[in-house]
Design a protein around this ligand. Sequence first.
Ligand code: SER
Length: 318
Amino acid sequence: MKNILVTGSSGQISSELIPALSKRGYNIISSDIRDPPKEELEYSTFTRLDVTDREALRQIVREYQIEGIIHNASILSAKGEENPYLAMNVNIRGLENVLTVAHEENVQRILSPSSIAAFGPSTPKIDTPNDTIMRPTTIYGISKVYTELLGEYFVLKFGLDFRSLRYPGIISAKTLPGGGTTDWAVEIFYKAIEEKKYTCFVKPDTMMPMMAMPDCINATIQLFEAPEDKLIHRTFNVAGISFTPQMLAEEIKKHIPEFIIDYKPDYRQQIADSWPKSIDDTVAKEEWGWESKFSLEDLVIYMLDELSKKLKSTVSSP
Ligand code: SER
């Protein structure tokens, strides 16, 4: 498999996944409704695509002889609550288009991520199992349950090779996430470096599952390349580290002692409270060898280093 289409290519995850895939020898066609980051053009051929346009998608799949699709285009949780119809259109219609075109045009493999948002208030919150109650209360979460179930339906019905993984909050220094409930765990680093102060939009003790971008990229590529005969499941929990804003702030203070945090919870608190606090990823470990490599300490060092370089600021080490 060589020719891979990545949708949502200008977003947080794709902007780091595309260079990584390209370095592994894939020929990447990147697509987004927005302009691509400049660097992406070194690693991929960009083509503009609105995933809600099925025939435009089909044309790209034919023109570039696409063999695999990583379908990342999605409206995240907080933005989805501000505009549920947009989220329904992009997340649900977009997914239907990707799966339908993949099946009809004989694309071999699809990876379309799910999220911890696919869980809801009635899901067990600690060490949430891979197979459990899925009754999300956000439109984003509902669209992700649909992603998992429709993808698995295409496996059963048409033999499509569909895979999905439930990302926790992804923390990265290159591209900002757009409109998620876990965005505080990224924003805090920019503010700590630039202003030494951050006002957090969830309460200090809000424990959430998170993951550093290098772990996210490894998990995605590992699952995409996993031998199909080893997969009993098609959708997988992947855990990184769980922490609260208070815990993260304490760890940042070890490097930036003058950093202060205060709290002004908004509508995103309710979304955060409906999600798990920690994730059990035994199934991913067993079926395709997943393993997280980052501790909270590692994550903070990684983010401060990367962001300091990016923002050309200096941060002292303890
Ligand atoms: N980071 C996402 C969000 O907050 C969760 O998948 O919406």
